[in-house]
Design a protein around this ligand. Structure first.
Ligand SMILES: [Ca+2]
Ligand SMILES: [Ca+2]
Length: 225
């Protein structure tokens, strides 16, 4: 090992030792990779995360899974029994708010799963990472400093490419000892390109088909009349 590399390693060890004091520990689970066609771009707001699955598990074993919906032009959220999670504005810095709306709950774990919808989580890397994703932001608390572990799993890769380590479908936050006060965090998200090209449900398609057939019939009748 040359001398300069040794010094760099020592500096790195010092840095890692220093950052071990940080409230959030990051873990990545590369065991699964999901392919998506591409991204819509990198600007995703609270109203663009429909279908994002949010599971909150509390210390009394009560667990609830809810599907994200819009609450305004650029905001959205989920509203559970005694808790809510909302987000407003571009997730590149826009705050996510977890609120306790009922008494007695202690939150142990929060799981955000983008795959039921078309949301991906974009981490901060030295580079932009995946094409079209631009810079991301890691999960981090805002305004308070609870101790937690953030685990990224289900790596996301563009079709035909390897996963580059910035995009993930699932973020799991485990709170050390649980948390009972409202908290805020940041986490950048992007959208799978299928967001702009949603295929209507089969039921909707057949209803649409019937409606079109009806229109065609009516206009034929009008023309022949
Ligand atoms: Ca973004
Ligand atoms: Ca990125």
């Amino acid at each position: 090992m040359n001398k300069r590399f040794g010094v760099t390693l020592a500096a790195l060890a010092f840095f890692v030792g220093g950052s071990a004091q940080a409230a959030v520990t990051y873990v990545v689970d590369n065991s699964v990779t999901n392919e998506i066609p591409s991204l819509t771009g990198f600007a995703t707001n609270g109203a663009m995360m429909d279908g994002l699955s949010v599971t909150a598990t509390f210390s009394n074993q009560f667990s609830q899974t809810l599907s994200w919906g819009d609450t305004g032009a650029t905001s959205g959220g989920v509203f559970g029994t005694g808790w809510s999670l909302t987000q407003s504005g571009d997730t590149f810095g826009g705050i996510w708010s977890f609120a306790f709306t009922g008494p007695g709950l202690v939150l142990n774990q929060l799981i955000l799963q983008g795959a039921p919808g078309l949301t991906v989580f974009d981490r901060a890397l030295p580079s932009f990472g995946t094409v079209g994703s631009a810079q991301g932001i890691d999960f981090a608390f805002s305004g308070s400093d609870p101790t937690a572990t953030a685990t990224y799993s289900e790596a996301v890769a563009l079709a035909g490419d390897a996963a580059l380590g910035d995009l993930w479908h699932t973020l799991t936050v485990d709170f050390d000892g649980g948390i009972r006060t409202d908290f805020f965090f940041v986490q950048d998200t992007d959208n799978d390109s299928r967001f702009n090209n949603r295929v209507p449900e089969p039921g909707v398609l057949s209803l649409l088909g019937l409606a079109l057939a009806g229109l065609a019939f009516t206009s034929r009748k009008r023309r022949s009349a």
